[in-house]
Write a protein that binds this ligand. Sequence first.
Ligand code: TYD
Length: 204
Amino acid sequence: MLSGFVTFEGIDGSGKTTVSRLVKERLRSQGHSVFLTSEPTRGWLGETVRRGIEKGVSPLTETFLFLADRAAHIQEIRSHLEAGEIVLCDRYADSTYAYQGAHLVGVLRDPIRFLQRASEGWILPPDLTILLRVSPEVGFERIKDRPHKIPFEDVAFLRRVAANYDHLAKARRFFVLDAARPAEIVSDEAVATIERRLGSRSPS
Ligand code: TYD
């Protein structure tokens, strides 16, 4: 049985939610114990994040709301890892680096570096991060009719976020998948990657 912390990242419309659900089902059907979670969380801190965004709080306030939600979430993630499960997380720290990294341009110098440093020492590093890569145009096309639009979702902004993800994805823990393809195919590749990466991890 495999255990480890896997995060899914990508711009809005990249299919993270569909793919992470399919991956959960497939890993479970192969006998693994899987906990699927997401950020912003479904708890009151996550609700507070969503409210803050709707109200249009400043980029810096928004940043600290996401970080507060994550700080609490990490305790839950850790307890599932300690129980020997695979934890799949739909968005995590790289969402903050990519999205707030775009929002904080002009507010701070080198926003991504600021955000990474603000996360140092307490963040739980993923064993693997799967980046579902689609062009901002495809992402926008997929989300444009969603009833609950959030203000982050326009093509120009998604373009900046996508560029940040491409920069972040140079780190070794990333695996990049072409997510313009059907979710089933993307999920199969994600499952194979998870088994390979978590299977080759030295036991802690
Ligand atoms: P999303 O995954 O779309 O949530 P939902 O399932 O509620 O639709 O996340 C909502 C938005 O929050 C999305 O546009 C990305 C953004 N976000 C950040 O800007 N920073 C973060 O740290 C996280 C986790 C999400």
